[in-house]
Structures are given as structure tokens and as C-alpha cells.
Design a protein around this ligand. Structure first.
Ligand code: ZN
Length: 421
């Protein structure tokens, strides 16, 4: 760039991109909005097979990863909170969808009081970093966003409501992004519990799963059309992720937790695919004898002896003994077993290294390269990218910005400069 251009570029920015200099593309200084979207339970194989033309186009014309590795355990709340904090579940404290904390009591997804209690949620979600930097945020309805974390909530947030129609969700978020710059959020989130529910109920290879993918993809298409007609598509960076994939659970592949350990010697704390037990006081030796080691469809460890690659077991909310079900097997208390519908089902919560647990990552917008495919990466790496896009300082985290720098177009006018080495 020559000296004249060095002078003219800032001047053009001051004039809101009103001048065009030969050799320099017109620029605007309109702030960009980062929209983070989650489609719960989408495996990469659900894309590119005719059900998802809108997602496929965003991937083709933007950036997509071969896949994204979930963190352990490959469950919904732990991974959604990892994506927005960059911390492994063992560090951010949402160690399972169902938890016990000696001081706080019980946590489960339908317990709105616990879900909205900031004491469960550690770390600094990206909306807190943004709000602290003076950037307005709006969430619909990311796990963790219903609680004040470090006493900060998104400026606009909404309790999760499964009855809110997909069209109403698109309408709300498109409305936010079309607002005048003075009120438009700089960070927004949009969460769909789809297609997770269809895949749980009918299995990942079901017609129902594919129908739900077509439905959510059409919703994404509507959102894009709304942004185009409002003239803000070029001011919006989209990051679309899932939290985990899904494995098929054939009929009958379920174990009663009471058969894993008698409730008289070990109290069940978590169930499903990652099963946690707390030995009854005075019965520790019996509990360990019954549980530890390899079994037909699962394996159990003392929490401090779990495979190191899972980076799990140090948080006080992780029970003393953790059992990992084999892929395709569930573990439920007998009372839940009795209510379980028959037929092929789907589950996640298996070893994140299982290919079926892989998640998706797509990015598209003015800050991203066009037509780039990235190798697989861990989902802790998303958070430093989000911080970079917003130009806010990232809190300490387990991710690496370097992983996703190749996703970015250059220059990135609204990001902080990279740290000097
Ligand atoms: Zn999920």
C-alpha cells in the first residue's frame, strides 16, 4: 500500500465507505454482528445429501470443517457451554446434563431454578465478554444464557421454550439483526433442539431425522432471506455448529443401572451413556468391586483414573465412579426403563472419539474466507475465534486461536490485532 492509500483508507472509513479509490475496494465501518447458531445433534453426514441446500451453500461459499470433536461427555449442556467458554466441561462445571453439587443440590434440564442459577456456571461465556466490552448481546436460547454468570446476563435473553415455533424463533432473531445499528446486537445466538429429538426417538438413519433436517434447513433459508431483504447479510457473520452427533441404539440395547450396582452400595448420580455413582458411606469397597473395570457393555473407572484424553474427573461434581457405556448402549434406572418406547433409537454421550459423535462447524460472512475446508478440530477452539471476531479479550480457555485463523479473510477490520510474539 502506498502513502496516499494509507491516508485515504482511514478517510474512507470516516466517511462510511462513501469514497472509492482506484485499487482499493470500498469499505464500510458498519459494525458486524456475529450470529452463533446451534442445531442440536447434527452429524456431518446429515449435510450434503439433498436435505440441506441452505446449509450446504453456506458451507460451500464459506468455511466448513471436516468435522468438530465434541468434548467429554458428548452431551448437550456440557458441549454448548464449552463452545461459548472454550473450557472443557471438567473446568466449566457443567459436567453432565444431570448433576449433583453438595452445596447447590440437583441440576437437571427441566429444573429451571438450577438452570438459571449462575453458581452452576463457571468460566466466562462469550456474551459476558461482549457485554463487559460494551457490546450488546441477545440470546435465544443458548444453554447458560438464562443464568447471570459473573453477575452478567445478555442484554436480551429468553428462557428455553420448546413450544416456541421454529418460525417464531427465526422471526425474533431476524428482527434483532435488522434493527438500526444503535440497538442491533453485536452478538446473537440461536438454538434449535432439532434434529436431536427426532434422532433420539427414531434413530439417526430414520426418515423422521431427515424430515427434521429439511425443516431446520428451510428455517435457515428463511433467516438468510430476511437478512438479505433487510440489507444486513453483508454485516452478519454466521457461525453454525452442533454439539455432538448421534449413534444408533438398536432395540433392547439398554442396561438397568440397578444391575450395574445395587443402590444399597452405590447411589446413582448420572445415567444415560455416562453413568456416575457415589458409593454409599461404609460400602466403598463393595461398590468398587461391583463397578470398576470392564463389563459386557460398559467400563467404569475411579474419577481420577479416567482415560486422560477425556480431560475429565477433577471437578467436584464428577461422581467418584464414572462408567462409560459402549456405543449403542444406554443405561437407565428400572423405573425409566418401564417407560421406554420400543424400537430403534438414537443416543449420544459416547466416547467423543467415536466417529458417530462428530459435530459440524460452518462459518459464512464477511469475516470468513470463501470456499475453505478445514481439518477437524476440538470444539474448545471455537471460543477464541468468537472473541477474535468480536474484538474482545478472550478469558482463559482451553482452546487455540491458531486452529481457526485459517477460516478468516484478511484483513479483519473489527478484530483486535493479534498478540505480538
Ligand atoms: Zn445435544
Amino acid at each position: 500500500m502506498n502513502g496516499l492509500h494509507r491516508l485515504l483508507v482511514p478517510l474512507c472509513l470516516l466517511l462510511l465507505g462513501a469514497c472509492a479509490t482506484p485499487g482499493i475496494a470500498p469499505q464500510t465501518d458498519a459494525p458486524r454482528t456475529l450470529l452463533l447458531v446451534s442445531l442440536d445433534g447434527v452429524h456431518p453426514s446429515y449435510l450434503g445429501r439433498g436435505d440441506t441446500p441452505n446449509l450446504d451453500r453456506l458451507a460451500r461459499e464459506g468455511v466448513q470443517a471436516a468435522w468438530m470433536n465434541p468434548s467429554y461427555p458428548s452431551l448437550t449442556f456440557p458441549n454448548h457451554y464449552t463452545i461459548v467458554t472454550g473450557l472443557r466441561p471438567d473446568r466449566h462445571g457443567i459436567v453432565h446434563n444431570t448433576m449433583h453439587d453438595d452445596a447447590l443440590g440437583g441440576f437437571w434440564l427441566a429444573n429451571r431454578e438450577a438452570v438459571g442459577d449462575g453458581r452452576w456456571w463457571s468460566g466466562e461465556p462469550i456474551w459476558v465478554a461482549a457485554e463487559n466490552a460494551g457490546l450488546a448481546t441477545a440470546t435465544l436460547s443458548w444453554p447458560g444464557s438464562e443464568a447471570p454468570v459473573a453477575d452478567v446476563r445478555p442484554a436480551r435473553w429468553h428462557p428455553f421454550d420448546a413450544d416456541r415455533p421454529i418460525a417464531a424463533r427465526i422471526d425474533m432473531v431476524a428482527g434483532w439483526l435488522a434493527e438500526p445499528i444503535a440497538t442491533r446486537p453485536r452478538l446473537a445466538t440461536l438454538y434449535f433442539e432439532h434434529p436431536d429429538g427426532s434422532a433420539h426417538a427414531h434413530g439417526p438413519h430414520s426418515a423422521e431425522l431427515r424430515a427434521t433436517m429439511r425443516e431446520v434447513d428451510a428455517a435457515i433459508g428463511t433467516l438468510l432471506a430476511r437478512l438479505e431483504s433487510a440489507g444486513v447479510r453483508d454485516a452478519t457473520d454466521l457461525v453454525i455448529v452442533s454439539d455432538h452427533g448421534m449413534a444408533e441404539v438398536p432395540e433392547g440395547q439398554v442396561v438397568a443401572t440397578e444391575e450395574m450396582a445395587d443402590p444399597e452400595i452405590a447411589t446413582l448420580v448420572m445415567h444415560g451413556q455416562v453413568v456416575g455413582f457415589r458409593p454409599v458411606e461404609g460400602r466403598e469397597t463393595e461398590a468398587e468391586r461391583a463397578l470398576l473395570g470392564r463389563h459386557a457393555h460398559h467400563q467404569c473407572w475411579r474419577r481420577h483414573e479416567l482415560p486422560p484424553r477425556w480431560r475429565y474427573g477433577t471437578h467436584p461434581r464428577v461422581p467418584a465412579i464414572v462408567c462409560q457405556m459402549d456405543k449403542g448402549w444406554d443405561a437407565l434406572p428400572r423405573k425409566s426403563l418401564a417407560r421406554r418406547p420400543s424400537g430403534t433409537r438414537g443416543s449420544h454421550g459416547y466416547d467423543p472419539a467415536e466417529p458417530e459423535m462428530r459435530a459440524i462447524f460452518i462459518a459464512n460472512g464477511p469475516s470468513f474466507r470463501r470456499g475453505a475446508t478445514l481439518p477437524a478440530f476440538d470444539n474448545v477452539d471455537v471460543y477464541p475465534l468468537l472473541a477474535r471476531l468480536l474484538g474482545v479479550p478472550p478469558a482463559p480457555n482451553d482452546g487455540a486461536l491458531e486452529t481457526l485463523l485459517p477460516a478468516l479473510s484478511e484483513p479483519l477490520p473489527h478484530a483486535a490485532p493479534p498478540p505480538s510474539h
